[in-house]
Design a protein around this ligand. Structure first.
Ligand code: GLU
Length: 472
């Protein structure tokens, strides 16, 4: 297939879904109902910046509202368009279903290069965009809840929540209108790193299944595995940091916009990240060799390739040269439909985006629950758990006559903090979701790759809710 014949991002997602639908028994009408994007709004609004009026264009797509609220990030990017927003909204529907997060799928974007504006201008633009979204019914705690994505973060979410609060002071749940907020403005600990942490948990779970590891041509654990990461943004940075620091994997290359760093002995992720913060580039980083053409490094030999940047990075043009055993899609849509076929044909295992990067929305779900329940997780039982732990430790000492070391005592008596609970909930979610995809492959002979399995798991859940409620 020639490069120009590749489908668009949205078509690519639909074609992948079609592969899954072909293994299922769903009537054509239900298939169509699930696949179509329910609504999409395009907004144009003027903002006066330093005396000059500028008109901005933004979108918010609702792919499926079989569950409410619908959920998904808002990205700020100069390349944003409606096709991309619809594709990303569809991915959110399937993502939420795979990890059992009871939300429909949505996504938004603003066509803007945020690096060209100062903080005040961005605040003005964000508040105005939020106003339009709220007025048109595309942002509220019960119906549509945005979150950070490429080009946005805690700061933008705080502005959005504050704008909504001013418009709806009577809404007691106003804090739940967006997730990914700063912790002191209704956010939850562990949300910032959640997507990267989810990537780590997904890979840990993969390596708990020796048959799957063997099928991918590897053995053992994550320790010592050579990993290439594309993109050191929020997701790539945290995933690479945790995989190297906690699991002993070697980050042998990091690909960024302005080139790539290579070190076969393993890069120090935190040092690279700090270097970028300081210098605005990876160029000149001392402890690695530099390659100006990042695309070439994507094809360098490794055990695990983690594309954590943007969509459409592995295409029919370079798929035949990708030299890895496992691809963990930390970005949304990094592998095109055509590339996916080539990679599968070549026996490369792909852990799909809708599963691998679902950690973000999973912890967003925890944040949303925290906001509507108006209480921090663990607040009621932490001390109670600690007391119970002390009682058991004392009893053990009394009955056995042995004294328990202070370190062990501390471990068994300390109650879980909010971030402990968030991590445990996320870990559990990622484990169970992987197991459900795996079981699908074992039980359905027509499903033999993880992406199709992920979509079948999601489509079964979404179709069940359509069929239970009926269409009206
Ligand atoms: N933007 C993230 C994603 O693509 C997070 C969405 C959310 O938390 O709602 O999954």
């Amino acid at each position: 297939m020639a490069v120009e014949q590749e489908p668009t991002f949205r078509e690519s997602v639909d074609l992948m879904v079609d592969r899954a639908l072909a293994t299922m028994d769903l009537d054509a009408g239900t298939q169509q109902a699930i696949k179509s994007c329910n609504s999409v709004i395009q907004i144009r609004f003027p903002v006066k910046i330093k005396g000059e009026i500028e008109v901005f264009t933004g979108w918010r797509a609702v792919h499926s509202n079989h569950r409410l609220p619908v959920k998904g990030g808002i990205r700020y990017a100069s390349y944003a368009d409606q096709d991309e927003v619809e594709a990303l909204a569809a991915l959110m529907t399937y993502k939420c279903a795979i990890v059992d997060v009871p939300f429909g799928g949505s996504k938004g974007a603003l066509q803007i290069d945020p690096s060209k504006y100062d903080r005040d201008a961005l605040e003005q633009i964000t508040r105005r965009f939020t106003l339009e979204l709220v007025r048109k019914g595309y942002l509220s705690p019960s119906e549509n809840v945005p979150a950070p994505d490429v080009g946005t973060g805690q700061r933008e979410m705080a502005w959005m929540a504050d704008t909504y609060k001013h418009l709806h002071p009577e809404d007691i749940n106003y804090m739940a209108c967006v997730t990914g907020k700063p912790v002191n403005h209704g956010g939850i600990r562990g949300r910032v790193e959640a997507t990267g942490r989810g990537v780590e948990y997904a890979l840990q779970e993969f390596f708990r299944h020796p048959a799957d590891v063997g099928h991918a041509g590897m053995s053992g654990t994550l320790e010592g595995k050579r990993i290439i990461v594309q993109g050191l943004g929020n997701v790539g940075y945290h995933a690479a940091k945790f995989l190297s620091e906690d699991d002993g994997a070697l980050i042998t290359a990091i690909i960024e916009r302005d080139g790539a760093l290579i070190n076969d002995k393993g890069l120090k992720v935190e040092a690279v990240y700090q270097y970028i913060q300081e210098h605005g580039t990876i160029k000149g980083y001392p402890d690695a060799s530099f390659e100006a053409d990042g695309k070439v490094v994507l094809e360098k030999s490794c055990d695990i390739l983690i594309p954590a940047a943007l969509e459409g990075q592995i295409t029919v043009e370079n798929a035949a040269r990708i030299d890895t055993k496992l691809i963990a899609e930390a970005a949304n849509g990094p592998v095109t439909f055509g590339a996916d076929a080539i990679l599968r044909e070549r026996g490369i295992t792909i852990m799909p985006d809708a599963y691998v990067n679902a950690g973000g929305v999973t912890v967003s779900y925890f944040e949303w629950i925290r906001n509507i329940s108006h209480i921090r997780f663990g607040r009621m039982q932490r001390r109670q758990d600690e007391m119970r732990g002390h009682q058991i430790a004392n009893l053990l000492e009394e009955v056995t006559g042995f004294s328990i070391s202070d370190k062990v005592k501390k471990d068994v008596t300390s109650g879980a903090s909010e971030v402990d609970l968030v991590r445990s909930g996320l870990d559990d979610t990622m484990r169970l979701a992987y197991q459900s995809m795996r079981e699908k492959m074992l039980e359905n002979g027509r499903v033999n790759d993880l992406r199709t399995a992920a979509y079948v798991v999601a489509l079964e859940k979404v179709s069940r809710s359509y069929l239970d409620i009926g269409v009206y």
